[in-house]
Structures are given as structure tokens and as C-alpha cells.
Design a protein around this ligand. Structure first.
Ligand code: C2E
Ligand code: CA
Ligand code: CA
Length: 606
């Protein structure tokens, strides 16, 4: 407890301050005593002088009664207890004694002081006056002074104690507030990641009980933020926090451990899996109820991953990782659900981490290549080609992007992968140029994770002129989710690329959250209808209608429409009939190696 030493230090400080004040009061008292003593002697001396001078004539004329009368004047000085007038030879001439001047206890304590004054007449000594005074007035004055000093000291101490008590209270409040903030999330009031990890550590230290750790992630939270602003996002997080809290027992812990991530710790004497399944089912069912915000109704679902202690993991870190992996599994399988961690998932994690290591090697050893899939117009002319990443793994053989792009995105390797794609394009362009062929513009796919950091944006932007890649040679494709993240940022890489003259295509249109206002703001040259629409078009009249309206809107916004995944002649003609401008798919050409695409597209000498 850090409070004890601070209390001790505080007490010691108060003691030192008190002792210092006492010491100074004592020193002042001593000085005051000396001053009072001096003053007393001076006063006694003055009395002796005045009275002594007045007795000189009586001494000379031997008038004892006159001398006696003069001495009576000493009555006016209360401190004088007695006086003796002596002739110069030492013989007593007259005396004075204060009547009833029996010294009290103070007088006895203070003692007496005596002064002697030589009496002269015309320069000749005629006698001496010895005056004795009671010093109790010195002590009395000293006592008054001391009492005053002590009173002032007590008031000063009292005041400073009062002020410091207020200060101490506010320091204590601030410390408590800081401690609270360090362990809680300000938005939802829930414990934060640090608190959660602490609780988890304590839980793993308690053998004999079972625990379940849950990771809960709000599905598509970014879209809520983008569409309803941060106010909407905050409201969703607050309501989700409240609902989670209400679904759990007071002894269970729910924390907010990241942007839209929550974690739950449940203790169960045994069979934590059953308790966890019950709670998770409740969460998945009851958290996603509509949320009112600013007259709108927001809807979010959540994905939950569960790890069991000690079944899946023995320590806090592993438990968090397992729950996280299970949550991602729930996301991959379509979100809005809960999944338990499993041995197969553990195997999958190991596989992914070994794949990640391999991907690093692939990047450094140049195993990543591009294949090119042409895009044709209605007359069958290749007007562009899309660069699609291929990995020639020395042992695994060809690995397709679906197997490593998501991994590259989640591991951050996508940054290097994007730069590798640019270099590949340059190398392939050089090779084609040597064969005397200038290909149509190449479209590269971009992922938003490539541009999360400013330095990554700068590296990408710098690589283009370094490699001599110009807007005539290169275009970019982005998915809606990539666009969602980037367009709102002021130093958007898209804006920078657009200023350099590069064109964009909006990829996989229809699979994300499609918004017309976004389409307009994006100013994309092309819109690529996702292949799932093309697939559906065959069976469903509605899908065909949808494609027609997408095409109409895109045309109204000045965009060319590309249909992806065209596999049959029937699809091709239907799309062209719907006014689709460009077509891409296995029907016309599969993604091809650089030599093969050149062979296909290079005009053959007549
Ligand atoms: P995408 O951008 O939507 O690319 C089109 C995908 O559809 C390609 O898959 C292509 O081979 C496939 N495809 C083309 N025509 C047909 C068809 O007629 N039928 C069917 N069923 N499929 C067809 P691929 O090459 O496996 O790429 C998958 C995804 O990986 C791409 O989807 C893209 O999102 C991503 N990707 C590929 N290369 C890169 C890259 O260099 N960088 C980034 N960031 N992503 C890439
Ligand atoms: Ca694409
Ligand atoms: Ca696509």
C-alpha cells in the first residue's frame, strides 16, 4: 500500500514543523528575557539616580527625616522593594522598605536585583543609594510574551494543518481519480485492458476453478462510425457495454480492451464451457437489439470467441490469444455468432504463423509474382489488365492470394507486398518493352492496411516516381472497405494519388456497404460489379435489375462499369445488353503469367 509511507512522511513533516516552531518560540523567549532584564535594571538604575540625586542635600545637612521623605518617592515604583541610603563611609543614613512586600512565589522564583548609585554634590561624593527591586515583573512580562508567542504558534499550526488537510484531501482525490482512469475506460466506465489482464492473471493463479475468457468484437463497427459519425460510434459502444454488464453476474468481469473490442471473464467451479455457452448465446442474441441515436436506429451484431482455462490455455497471454483466434473464426464464418477455441483452430494458428514466416522469406527472396488478367470492351479489345499477386512457394507450389493476402493484411506484411507489386510491374513492363510491346494500363489492388501509417503512405508515394510508374501505365483498384477508411482522412493517400493523375476503380461493388454519396465523393473512373452479382444474374431477374440500376447510376456519375467473373457467353451478352462497358472473366482470359499475357495481347505481325 503506497498510502502508509506517505502518511508516515506527512506525520514526520508535521513533527519537524512543530519542533521548529517551538524552538523558535524558545529562542525568542530567551532573547526577550535578556531584553526585559536589561530594561528592568535600567529602570531600577533610573529610580536610584533620580531619588539619589534628591537626597544629596539631606546627606550634606544631615537631615535624616528629609532623606526619609525623599526615599518615600520610591513608593511610586512598584518593583522597588527596599532602599538604603548610606553615607560615603558606609554608615546607614536612611532606609525605605515597601510595606507588605512579602515576596510571592513569583517573586521568590524571580529573585531580586540590586543597583547602587553614588551621590555627589558639586563633584564631591556624599553617599550611596542602594536600591533593591523585585524581578517578578520581568518574569510576568516574559510569561505574557511567551503566552502570546505560543498562541500565535498554535494559530499558525492550526491554520497550516487546516490548509494542508484540504490539500491532502484534493491530492488523495486526484490520486484516486488517476488510479480509476488508469484502470477504466472513460467512455463506457468499464475496466480496461490492464484491469482485465490483472484479473485474468489472478484467475490463472487460482488452481481448482475453471474460467472462460471471451473476446467480443462489434461487427462492422467502422461503418457505424463512418455513417453516423463518432457520436453514433460512441453511443453503440456505451450501449453494448451496458448490455454486456446486464447479461453477466456481478462477479463476472466485463472490460473494454480496445476500440470496439470487449472481453469477459467468467468463473465457474466446473464445466465452464456450459456456463460460457449460455452467456455467449445470450450475448449474441441480446446485444444486437436496435440502438436509438439522434432519431436514427442503429443495428450492430457481435462476434464472440471463447477460450477455456485450463482446458485451452494455462496462462493469461495464451488465453487471450485463443479467445482472439476463436473470435476471428466467428468473423470468418459470417459474424454475429460465437465460437469456442478448438484444437483445429490452434493448428490453424500454427499454420498461419508458419505461413507468415514463409511470406517474409517470399518477400525477401522475390517469390511473389504478378499474373495479369485482361479487361475487355464490348468489341473484345483489351483496354486494361488487372495485376493479381501469385506466390510461387518452393514446397507448397502456387499459393493464391486468398490464402495469403488476408494474412499479409493482419500481419502488416501487406505494406511490403504492395511495394513488391510495384517493383514486379516495373520489371514486367521492362521485359515487355524489350519485346516491343506496350501493354494497356495495369490495375493493381490496394488494401487500406498498406496506408495506415504516414511513413508507409510516403514510401508508397515515393516508389512510384522512383520506378518511373506513371498514370498512363498504372491504375488502382480499391474495395469499399479500403475506401471507407481512407477517404475521411485529410492526408488521404487516395487524394495524393489522384493529384498525381492516377485513376481508381471501385472493386467488388455490392459486397460491402454501398452508398451513393460515397460513390460521388470517390470520383472513381470505374466501378467493378462483384462476380457474385454476375453469378446471381443467371437465375434471378432481380439480380439483373439490380445490375441494370447499378450501371445506370454509375453512368450518371460518369463512371465506366466493369463486370468481373464473366464465365459464359450468355453472361457476356446479357451484361452488354444491360449497357455494361467492360468485361473481365475466365470466358475471355484467366489471369496469365507475364509472357502468356503478352503472347495473347501483343498484336501479331501480319
Ligand atoms: P479481386 O480484386 O476481386 O480479383 C478478382 C479475383 O477473381 C481474382 O482472384 C481472379 O483470379 C478471380 N477471377 C477472375 N475472373 C474470374 C472468373 O471468371 N470466375 C471466377 N470464379 N473468378 C475469377 P485472385 O487472383 O485469387 O485474387 C483474389 C483477391 O486477392 C483479389 O480479388 C484481390 O482482392 C486480392 N489480391 C490479389 N492480388 C493482390 C495484390 O497485389 N494486392 C492486394 N492488396 N490484393 C490482391
Ligand atoms: Ca481487383
Ligand atoms: Ca473484385
Amino acid at each position: 500500500m503506497p498510502a502508509a509511507p506517505s502518511l508516515l512522511a506527512h506525520r514526520r513533516g508535521a513533527l519537524i514543523a512543530g519542533a521548529t516552531m517551538l524552538l523558535s518560540v524558545f529562542l525568542l523567549t530567551a532573547m526577550q528575557y535578556l531584553a526585559l532584564n536589561d530594561r528592568f535594571h535600567a529602570e531600577l538604575d533610573t529610580q536610584a539616580q533620580i531619588v539619589g540625586q534628591n537626597t544629596s542635600a539631606a546627606l550634606v545637612f544631615n537631615a535624616v527625616s528629609d532623606a526619609q521623605e525623599v526615599l518615600q518617592a520610591l513608593r511610586a515604583a512598584p518593583e522597588v522593594t527596599s532602599a538604603q541610603l548610606l553615607r560615603s563611609e558606609g554608615e546607614l543614613f536612611a532606609a525605605y522598605r515597601r510595606s507588605g512586600s512579602g515576596a510571592g512565589w513569583l517573586g521568590r522564583l524571580a529573585g531580586e536585583a540590586t543597583v547602587e548609585h553614588r551621590i555627589q554634590l558639586n563633584g564631591a561624593p556624599v553617599g550611596r543609594l542602594v536600591v533593591t527591586g523585585d524581578r517578578s515583573s520581568v518574569l510576568r512580562d516574559l510569561a505574557k510574551f511567551w503566552a502570546g508567542g505560543v498562541c500565535i504558534m498554535a494559530i499558525a499550526l492550526g491554520l497550516s494543518w487546516f490548509v494542508s488537510r484540504g490539500l491532502r484531501a484534493s491530492v488523495r482525490d486526484a490520486q484516486e481519480r488517476n488510479r480509476y482512469l488508469a484502470l477504466h475506460d472513460a467512455l463506457t466506465g468499464l475496466p480496461n485492458r490492464v484491469s482485465f489482464q490483472d484479473a485474468l492473471l489472478r484467475a490463472t493463479d487460482r488452481p481448482g476453478t475453471e474460467h472462460a475468457v471471451m473476446f467480443i468484437d462489434v461487427d462492422n463497427f467502422k461503418q457505424v462510425n463512418d455513417l453516423s459519425g463518432h457520436g453514433g460510434g460512441d453511443q453503440v459502444l456505451r450501449v453494448v457495454a451496458e448490455r454486456l454488464r446486464s447479461l453477466l453476474r456481478p462477479l463476472d468481469m466485463v472490460a473494454r480492451i480496445g476500440g470496439d473490442e470487449f472481453a469477459v471473464l467468467i468463473e465457474a467451479p466446473r464445466q465452464a464451457n456450459e456456463a460460457a455457452a449460455r452467456v455467449a448465446a445470450d450475448i449474441v442474441e441480446r446485444v444486437p437489439r436496435p440502438i436509438d441515436f439522434d432519431g436514427e436506429t442503429l443495428r450492430v451484431s457481435v462476434s464472440v470467441g471463447i477460450a477455456l482455462l485450463p482446458h485451452d490455455a494455462h496462462n493469461a497471454d495464451d488465453a487471450m490469444q485463443c479467445a482472439d483466434a476463436a473470435m476471428y473464426q466467428a468473423k470468418r464464418e459470417g459474424k454475429d455468432a460465437f465460437r469456442f477455441f478448438s484444437a483445429a483452430l490452434g493448428e490453424e494458428i500454427r499454420r498461419r504463423s508458419s505461413l507468415e514466416a514463409d511470406l517474409r522469406t517470399a518477400l525477401s527472396e522475390g517469390q511473389l509474382l504478378l499474373h495479369y488478367q485482361p479487361v475487355f470492351d464490348g468489341q473484345g479489345r483489351a483496354v486494361a489488365m488487372e495485376g493479381l499477386m501469385r506466390w510461387r512457394h518452393p514446397l507448397r507450389g502456387w499459393v493464391m492470394p486468398g490464402d495469403f493476402i488476408p494474412l499479409a493484411e493482419s500481419s502488416g506484411l501487406i505494406v511490403e507486398l504492395g511495394l513488391a507489386a510495384l517493383k514486379r510491374v516495373r520489371a514486367d513492363l521492362d521485359a515487355w518493352q524489350q519485346q516491343g510491346w506496350t501493354p494497356p494500363p495495369i490495375a493493381l489492388n490496394l488494401a487500406s492496411q498498406q496506408f495506415k501509417r504516414e511513413k508507409h503512405r510516403q514510401r508508397f508515394l515515393a516508389a512510384l516516381p522512383e520506378l518511373g510508374l506513371t498514370p498512363g501505365m498504372l491504375e488502382f483498384e480499391l474495395t469499399e472497405s479500403a475506401v471507407f477508411e481512407d477517404i475521411t482522412s485529410p492526408d488521404s493517400v487516395l487524394e495524393a494519388l489522384r493529384k498525381l493523375g492516377f485513376k481508381f476503380a471501385l472493386d467488388d461493388f455490392g459486397t460491402g456497404y454501398s452508398s451513393l454519396s460515397y460513390l460521388r465523393r470517390l470520383k472513381c473512373a470505374k466501378l467493378k460489379i462483384d462476380k457474385s452479382f454476375v453469378r446471381d444474374m443467371r437465375q434471378s431477374e432481380e439480380a439483373a435489375l439490380l445490375i441494370r440500376s447499378i450501371i445506370d447510376v454509375a453512368h450518371a456519375l460518369g463512371m465506366l462499369v466493369v463486370a468481373e467473373g464473366v464465365e459464359t457467353e450468355e453472361e457476356r451478352s446479357q451484361l452488354l445488353a444491360l449497357n455494361c462497358d467492360l468485361l473481365q472473366g475466365y470466358l475471355m482470359a484467366r489471369p496469365l503469367a507475364p509472357e502468356a499475357v503478352a503472347q495473347l495481347l501483343m498484336p501479331q505481325p501480319a
